[in-house]
Design a protein around this ligand. Structure first.
Ligand SMILES: O=C(O)CCC(=O)C(=O)O
Ligand SMILES: [Fe+2]
Length: 323
């Protein structure tokens, strides 16, 4: 992955023979260890993965362009009161950003309903292409979640938030600002840590994503066509009792071409209480957060009080243990 020449996030190659990736093999445990180290030290890693055909990815982005090209009145029909779901756009603070959050999108019937909301006469190619892509990203996400559990020796804890969440598909578009404006960059998306458990992200080869290193430097990322980015979100950090690092990131746009990106986000199930795995709390790692209801936390981030707090501090303001 091209980033600032002196700073490189780990790249983990999953493009190997499927049987080697079976749970229990040496290769599996070796990857588990690397995944854990990357999440703890960087809060992210590049996933090199050849099991999603490049043509499928290209077709998906072409379908997503068609979606964003629909009239605003049509896009606004995708209303969903849950945080990070539904259509978001035309906001004065992020004038170049639009997104859709579509739940249960690896389920054909559910995605078909969304498709018919956007195209009342149906759009089979849109539906088939995107569902196929989300299923592939889902497989990858489930495998990485299992690796995280196994990396801590907690592979049997299948009711933890790591193993038990639903994929929320989010698609994003960042308009290119008018030429000559913002030559030095403008926020497409302001700095934040993800509020969903984890994220697997890819883009259509127009860069803009940047992340903050642990020592406060902003570094540009550009993903190769066969790469995806895994990002640790606040709930995953909370589950790991602070062992995993949340990645603070932002999108900067500076003109030229519009950017499209696509993410499979792990969304906690209704009623989920986020708590540190008890095995990950000990004298050396005292508990850093109280248990909290995920829904209340995500609502809090949108309140006047919550939104005034820096994104990475919100979880501590909501559930921090005062010493
Ligand atoms: O568009 C991107 O590359 C990043 C999107 C993102 O960070 C988010 O939706 O949380
Ligand atoms: Fe994000």
């Amino acid at each position: 992955m091209g980033s600032d020449s002196h700073y490189q996030i780990p790249a983990i190659d999953f493009s190997i023979n499927s049987t080697e990736l079976d749970r229990g093999t040496d290769k599996w445990y070796n990857l588990c260890k690397r995944v854990r180290e990357a999440c703890e030290n960087y809060g992210c890693f590049e996933i090199v993965y050849d099991k999603i055909p490049l043509q499928l990815k290209a077709d998906t982005f072409s379908m997503i362009r068609q979606l964003f090209n629909l009239p605003v009145e049509t896009k606004e029909k995708n209303v969903n009161p849950k945080p990070f779901h539904g259509y978001y756009g035309q906001y004065p603070t992020t004038p170049f950003y639009e997104s859709f959050g579509i739940e249960d999108s690896s389920n054909y019937e559910s995605f078909k309903s969304f498709t018919e909301l956007m195209w009342p006469d149906g759009h089979e190619q849109f539906c088939n292409t995107v569902v196929t892509m989300v299923k592939k990203m889902d497989e990858l996400k489930e495998m990485i979640e299992m690796m995280i559990l196994d990396s801590y020796g907690l592979g049997e804890k299948l009711n933890s938030i790591i193993a038990c969440n639903k994929t929320l598909l989010r698609v994003m578009k960042y308009d290119a600002p008018p030429s000559g404006q913002y030559a030095n960059g403008h926020y497409g998306l302001t700095p934040h840590t993800d509020k969903l458990v984890s994220t697997i992200l890819c883009d259509d080869q127009v860069s803009g994503l940047e992340f903050e290193t642990k020592d406060g430097q902003w570094v540009k990322l550009s993903l190769s066509p066969t790469s995806y980015l895994f990002i640790v979100g606040d709930p995953l950090m909370a589950w790991s009792n602070g062992r995993m690092h949340r990645l603070k990131h932002r999108v900067m746009i500076s003109g030229g071409k519009e950017r499209y990106s696509l993410g499979a986000f792990g969304s906690p199930l209704e009623g989920t209480i986020i708590k540190a795995a008890k095995e990950l709390v000990d004298d050396e790692h005292p508990r850093i957060l109280k248990d909290f209801d995920y829904k209340d936390f995500s609502k809090f981030t949108f309140t006047q009080e919550g939104s005034a707090i820096d994104s990475e501090m919100q979880v501590f303001a909501f559930a921090g243990i005062s010493t």
